[in-house]
Design a protein around this ligand. Structure first.
Ligand code: GAF
Length: 377
């Protein structure tokens, strides 16, 4: 990375930082409802090599895609004119400026092996690598919780995606062999041991190659339904609705809003149950909760799609102990918690099922919980 940076920019970088993508084990769309999530950082990362410049120019280059060098001026960062992946680093710089941090001009080279548009948060991986670099280079001394909020601001107000805080929390606060149990109301977090190998399991990711964007309408409309539900029920956020309140809520809400609310309330409950089960009985015990989460997203929140449903059903029929779509939905990836002994069967069956359905071939790979963002040189 440093050598490539040298070729492109004619000098060495000041450092190289990396940040991972994430898989969400369970707790979908609960983050912006101030609820619970249980994601883990994965062993696929975005890396940025960065050198500070003496002026206010930013030069951005990536090793993938065909974008060429993009130049911007820090004095006039503009969301409307930022294109493609450059929205993410520029959005982070903009967000830091908004909170009064002086961002220096930089030359920046990006490399990433987080699949794009797969629901594994390739965009937050970039943002978290960039904010880690700028935090170190400026000496701003931001805590992870502050970096989480700054990247959320970049996503919401610069990129234009009304997302919550889960993805960047996993990327910044992840730890090898652990999932991050996060309370999205106050950002308190607990690392929960989650290792598949000792349990004879693998976590398969099935990237359907149906690409999605959180800046599209589906994500925002689900968020709006949740806000409406909270307003009608008279609570600050759906986090405050309990399982036993659901019956009464049914009488107060229209049918669609009720189902959206039911997903959030039951999903929060499933996160709590998953955390308890992981502690008492290990990863082999959480299959039914993963399945129930998928059904809730498919039927109540309506964020799945035919390809995700096929990936989930086929995995389960061929030996996975639990499976669900992961991430924002409307495409992207499913996860299938699978005994090592069934891995090949699940892989082959999913590929065959996609072929028979006439869908684009999926990409299937395993992930393990990995470390969060860090400086690597
Ligand atoms: C996307 C968002 F970025 C997260 O904040 C979260 O809402 C997720 O969708 C759904 O759980 O990844």
């Amino acid at each position: 990375m440093a050598a490539r940076f040298g070729q492109e920019f004619g000098r060495l970088p000041d450092g190289v930082w990396q940040a991972p993508g994430r898989v969400n084990l369970i707790g979908e769309h609960t983050d912006y409802n101030e609820g619970f999530v249980l994601p883990f950082a994965i062993d696929k990362t975005a890396r940025v090599a960065v050198a500070v410049r003496p002026d206010s120019t930013v030069r951005l280059l990536s090793t993938y895609g065909d974008h060429g060098m993009v130049t911007a001026d820090l004095g006039s960062l503009d969301a409307a004119s930022a294109k493609g992946w450059t929205k993410y680093p520029l959005g982070v710089m903009w967000a830091l400026q908004q909170q009064g941090i002086t961002v220096p001009g930089v030359d920046l080279l990006l490399d990433s092996n987080v699949p794009l548009g797969a629901g594994l948060s390739s965009s937050h991986a970039i943002e978290c690598a960039v904010i880690s670099a700028l935090n170190d280079l400026t000496g701003a001394g931001l805590e992870p919780e502050e970096m989480v909020l700054a990247t959320q601001r970049a996503e919401n107000d610069f990129v234009g995606a009304p997302t919550g805080i889960m993805d960047q929390s996993a990327s910044l606060r992840g730890s090898k062999g652990h999932a991050v149990f996060l309370d999205c109301r106050d950002q308190s977090a607990q690392l929960v041991p989650f290792e598949t190998e000792p349990a004879g399991l693998v976590m398969l990711v099935i990237d359907t190659n149906v690409s999605h964007s959180h800046a599209d309408g589906g994500y925002a409309s689900r968020r709006a339904s949740c806000e409406l539900g909270a307003e009608v029920l008279g609570v600050k956020a759906l986090r405050d609705v309990r399982m036993e309140d659901l019956e009464e809520a049914a009488g107060l809400l229209d049918e669609v809003t009720y189902r959206r609310v039911r997903h959030i309330v039951t999903e929060n409950d499933r996160v709590l149950q998953t955390v308890e089960l992981l502690a008492s009985a290990g990863p082999g015990s959480i299959g039914a909760l993963l399945d129930a989460s998928h059904v809730s997203m498919r039927d109540d929140f309506e964020i799945s799609c035919a390809e995700l449903d096929l990936a989930v059903a086929t995995s389960r029929a061929n030996g996975a102990i639990g499976a669900r779509m992961t991430g924002g939905g409307f495409g992207g990836a499913a996860i299938a918690l699978t005994p090592v002994t069934s891995e090949q069967q699940v892989r082959a069956a999913v590929v065959r099922a996609f072929e028979e359905a006439g869908y684009t071939a999926p990409d299937i790979f395993t992930v393990t919980p990995a470390a969060g963002a860090m400086r690597i040189s």
